[in-house]
Design a protein around this ligand. Structure first.
Ligand code: XIL
Length: 309
């Protein structure tokens, strides 16, 4: 399954729509399935963009990977001022409403996103110090998975995070969290590796493969959920950087292709015309298609990996 994160507002642009329809068989809402866009005002749901993305995919026989039910980012402001019982009710209502609306239509959900603390953060039991942890305690994670399973029993339920592609402490924390969930019988099916990397600094294939294998050994599946490859700080002229980017796409996509329990690869966008990287890390060209929708060397790197060359 080869996918891209998309935004409904661009679908009316012919080259955007055509490139997406031609090269991909799975989509993820880059923003529109998150909590803030669907319920900016408490109790008032708006599924305009969210529905458009699901309907676009269904009309083309593409799969939808849902992202993300519980995440500290894109949580509406009102959620931060809820008391413990209020937040518990709000989270339950949110998961039941969103996952339930698309029941049977969404292949997988990122149920909990980025709940593990980064390398430097301490004293939070290995978890990010989010409003969910503060109000509900670490049990919010298991709770979210149970709610998602009951609302969307057919969907694969994923824990998703970044920087867990390396042999590092963050992966070990994630592994411990996920193993604990499995041991407790919590309905989790997989772990998503976001894979926001840089051409001059990316996880060695062997480390990614090892981490994926350890998750698979727990009886779970894995996927690459948000891949992009920054080249702004890579050495050399543009051609050199684009070639380096191609190698990174080929190597990393190749790890998923070789892993029987890797159920998909999603890029966080597909055209350099629209990438979150420009706003977050600075101007870049991190995706397989250029700003005028031409295939970059990176796209051929992906193709090489898919064809096992
Ligand atoms: C980003 C989107 O790309 C932006 O458009 C949005 O404004 C903020 O979120 N990790 C994630 C994604 O799990 O949801 C983030 O997406 C990028 C980092």
């Amino acid at each position: 399954m080869l996918g891209a994160a998309i935004q409904s507002g661009y679908l009316s642009q012919a080259p955007y729509n055509a490139t997406l329809s031609k090269h991909f068989n799975s989509v993820t809402a880059e923003y529109e399935h998150k909590w803030d866009p669907v319920q900016r005002t408490p109790g008032v749901y708006d599924f305009t963009g969210a529905d458009q993305i699901v309907e676009f995919a269904e009309a083309r026989g593409m799969r939808v990977r849902g992202h993300a039910l519980v995440w500290h980012g894109a949580t509406p402001a009102w959620v931060n001022s809820l008391s413990e019982p209020e937040l518990r009710i709000a989270m339950e209502d949110h998961i039941r409403t969103v996952a339930g609306r698309y029941r049977g239509r969404i292949f997988a959900w990122d149920v909990v996103n980025e709940a593990v603390a980064d390398e430097g953060q301490a004293n939070t039991g290995g978890l990010r110090n989010s409003v969910f942890l503060q109000r509900l305690g670490p049990g919010f994670i298991a709770e979210a998975f149970r709610l998602a399973r009951s609302a969307a029993p057919e969907a694969r339920l994923y824990y998703n995070d970044y920087s867990i592609e390396w042999a590092n402490a963050k992966f070990e924390r994630t592994y411990a969290l996920v193993k604990g969930l499995v041991d407790d019988g919590v309905p989790i099916d997989g772990v998503g590796f976001q894979m926001h990397v840089e051409a001059q600094n990316y996880p060695p294939a062997a480390q990614i493969a090892r981490n994926m294998q350890r998750i698979a050994d727990l009886g779970l599946v894995v996927n690459i959920s948000e891949m992009d490859v920054r080249i702004r700080l890579a050495p050399g002229d543009l051609m050199t950087r684009l070639e380096a980017q191609k190698r990174v796409y080929r190597e990393i996509v190749g790890v998923c292709v070789a892993q029987p329990f890797c159920d998909g690869i999603t890029f966080w966008g597909f055209t350099d015309r629209y990438s979150w990287i420009d706003g977050f890390f600075g101007p870049d060209d991190p995706l397989p298609f250029n700003e005028s929708y031409g295939a970059k060397p990176a796209a051929y790197g992906v193709l090489d990996a898919l064809l096992r060359r």
